[in-house]
Design a protein around this ligand. Structure first.
Ligand code: AHR
Length: 505
């Protein structure tokens, strides 16, 4: 059994872990919005104004900080004025990206803002650059956020909303290198500046504008955008056109045509997945390094507004709906990502898992009135204490905790720690499929009170939750901690995720 030591310096504070690293994403794709969040007011499923209350209740337990909408690729063919006013009169369209199904626009701006209010989450609206206009985007900002009297304010009031909403996060296009217009970086950078100019701050509503950024390790894209963040020489005090720059990266194993099943995989597939998951570290480092050159003061945030596992769709489901099951393997991909996110907290400001309900690496799967919390959901819940916490320096000495995957070595232990309001939270993952790991937490610079630990694991990697077995993978109390003169020791079971919380005394 590998022995490892994690030195945790309780008195060496790192950057704040933005709560927005625990952000979410809801696209008009498959059953994410329709059937997932939205069932309509006439549904027998309990709802408030058409929004599913069981989904809201489950997500409220995660303290979700923000929700990105309406896409994804859908955002660049979405025209917001089709989604306001009396529902029966709203124009319909074809969702050409996702399943070629008809979109009735019943879930629009007012419904989305109501959902954010129910969730207690900030809205992140992704505006249409690919097939929209500057005027259309500018008017959407005005409709949502302006007070007083103006054409868009009168339209909003006519649709029943007197007060402006507060909207902070505003996406300027999505994947402009691909589904959002197949642009070159240079052109996309020019459009980002142009659109950002007309996305005004109305009153005291200050927008955080997020330019459409790179795919995976396309550092050249990031460099081209970063060269255009501000208009040096235009003004005495240059200000950034955009405050955030996005990047998308999915954990995909194998070619797109055969990504593999979400549930039917072997140990070799599992390790390939863990190797793929760990790549996010290098990708975030690469983009951060480029950003540091143009923005050493870190005034622009890196926004990983799409991440997660992407498997073949469940057999028998619409290939355009991207519906996949979610196993313990997905949970360990998530826990590893979060440790890496915490490490990059100085530059990484936001991350949005794709997607929240019924699509890709979801928190929740619904089937009619049934609702299943996935293993990934539990990682978000167990880790929520890291939101807006101060990261703590962790040094892991785990030379033996390594597996060979092809010609790559994959570290099988992952750790991060933070402190908030005097409470320390340590997250630990053992990615080894078969071997437990004995871990010593060498606590320096402080003393911890009585710890409370929870463990997420299952008998096999493929374990997942279903309406028939809702808790096949669910956190359980863990009583295997022992105090030593250096701190704490524990044996972490194979393929497991553990959180430990304790007050600083
Ligand atoms: O999340 C699914 C899709 O993946 C999004 O619509 C798109 O932005 C990305 O390619």
């Amino acid at each position: 059994m590998p022995n490892a030591t994690a030195v945790i310096n309780l008195d060496i504070e790192g950057p704040t872990i933005s709560r927005h690293l625990y952000g979410h994403f809801a696209e008009h794709l498959g059953r994410c919005v329709y059937g997932g969040f939205w069932v309509g007011e006439d549904s027998p499923i309990p709802n408030e104004g058409g929004i599913r209350l069981d989904v809201v209740e489950a997500l409220r337990a995660l303290d979700i900080p923000n929700l990105r909408w309406p896409g994804g690729c859908f955002a660049d063919e979405y025209h917001w004025k089709d989604g306001i006013g009396p529902r029966e009169q709203r124009p319909r369209m074809v969702n050409t990206h996702w399943g070629n199904v008809e979109e009735n626009n019943h879930f629009g701006t007012h419904e989305f803002m109501a959902l954010c209010e129910l969730l207690g989450a900030e809205a992140y609206i992704s505006g249409n650059v690919g097939s929209g206009t500057v005027q259309e985007m500018s008017e959407w900002v005005e409709y949502l956020t302006r007070d007083g009297d103006s054409p868009m304010v009168r339209l909003r009031k006519a649709n029943g909303r007197e007060e402006p909403w507060r909207v902070k996060f505003w996406g300027i296009g999505n994947e402009t290198w691909g589904c959002g217009g197949n642009m070159r970086a240079e052109y996309s950078a020019d459009l980002a500046r142009q659109y950002a100019t007309y996305c005004r701050d109305h009153g005291d509503n200050k927008l955080y504008r997020i330019a459409s950024g790179a795919s995976d390790d396309d550092y050249k894209w990031t460099e081209t955008l970063m060269q255009q963040i501000s208009c040096f020489g235009c003004e005495a005090t240059p200000k950034n056109f955009f405050q955030g720059l996005s990047v998308h990266h999915y954990t995909v194993v194998g070619p797109w045509e055969a990504k593999g099943s979400a549930t039917d995989f072997d140990t070799a597939d599992y390790y390939r997945t863990m190797a793929a998951a760990r790549r996010i570290d290098r990708i975030l480092s690469g983009h951060s390094t480029v950003m540091d050159i143009y923005d050493p003061g870190r005034t622009v945030g890196l926004v990983l507004d799409e991440w997660g596992t992407w498997w073949d769709v469940e057999p028998g489901t619409n290939p355009g709906f991207l519906f996949q099951q979610n196993t313990l393997r997905d949970a360990l991909v998530a826990s590893t990502h979060f440790d890496i996110f915490h490490k990059h907290a100085a530059r990484l400001y936001m991350a949005n898992i794709a997607q929240t309900v019924n699509v890709l690496q979801a928190m929740i799967l619904t089937d009619g009135d049934a609702l299943v919390l996935t293993p990934t959901y539990h990682v978000f819940e167990m880790n929520k204490g890291h939101q807006d916490a101060t990261s703590l320096a962790v040094h892991l000495n785990a030379a033996a905790a390594v597996r060979q995957v092809g010609d790559t070595e994959v570290d099988t232990l992952s750790v991060s720690a933070s402190v908030k309001d005097g409470l320390v939270l340590v997250s630990l993952s053992n990615l080894d499929a078969d071997e437990p790991a004995e871990v010593t937490l060498d606590l320096r610079g402080g003393t911890l009170g009585t710890p409370v630990a929870r463990l997420l694991t299952a008998d096999k990697l493929q374990a997942h939750n279903t309406p028939q077995d809702l808790t096949a993978v669910a956190p359980r109390p863990f009583d295997g901690l022992s105090a030593t003169d250096r701190g704490l020791t524990l044996t972490l079971p194979p393929h497991s995720f553990l959180t430990l919380q304790a007050p600083l005394v």
